[in-house]
Design a protein around this ligand. Structure first.
Ligand SMILES: [Zn+2]
Ligand SMILES: [Zn+2]
Length: 155
């Protein structure tokens, strides 16, 4: 019975004035679930970003920082790499480029009839000299590269 009163008490109009009525959230305070105001969108994106970071860190086999949790890649317990996890609209061009390259590589493999190997894309920018970029899937990293690195740095 007391719970019912609580439930009713926590329902209200959204603080942003969007017209939504429902259970009030703690963060952003006073906003209703489903609200699409900039504050709520920012909060949702931040949460999504943190989830992506955690998923990436676990797949890479990197320990979280003891001090700050894994809220920031700069605090990851990674002895080898300085990491930066990116998500959202800003990475679309890179993802599109990767998707095209991988599809091409995989279809070439089928044509030859060889065993499917994971794709490794090497990008060699015109003005970079001998320097380039390597792209692999996170799953490829955790299945192939991570064990090899761990083996190497153990000895
Ligand atoms: Zn609202
Ligand atoms: Zn809102």
């Amino acid at each position: 019975m007391g719970e019912d009163v609580d439930e009713v008490a926590r329902k209200a109009d959204c603080a942003c004035g969007c017209g939504l009525f429902g259970t009030v959230r703690k963060n952003p305070a006073g906003h209703i679930r489903g609200c699409t105001c900039p504050k709520c969108r920012g909060q949702r994106n931040r949460r999504k970003g943190l989830t992506k970071q955690r998923q990436a860190r676990k797949a890479l086999g990197v320990a979280p920082s003891h001090k700050f949790g894994d809220a920031n890649e700069e605090n990851w317990g990674d002895a080898i790499f300085a990491n930066e996890v990116k998500a959202g609209a800003q990475i679309k061009p890179a993802v599109t480029a990767w998707s095209r390259i991988e599809a091409q590589v995989l279809s070439n493999q089928t044509a030859i009839g060889s065993i499917k190997k994971p794709c490794r894309a090497i990008l060699m920018p015109d003005d970079w000299g001998k320097e380039g970029l390597v792209m692999v899937r996170l799953s490829t990293w955790s299945e192939l590269i991570r064990p090899a690195l761990e083996e190497y740095y153990k000895s």
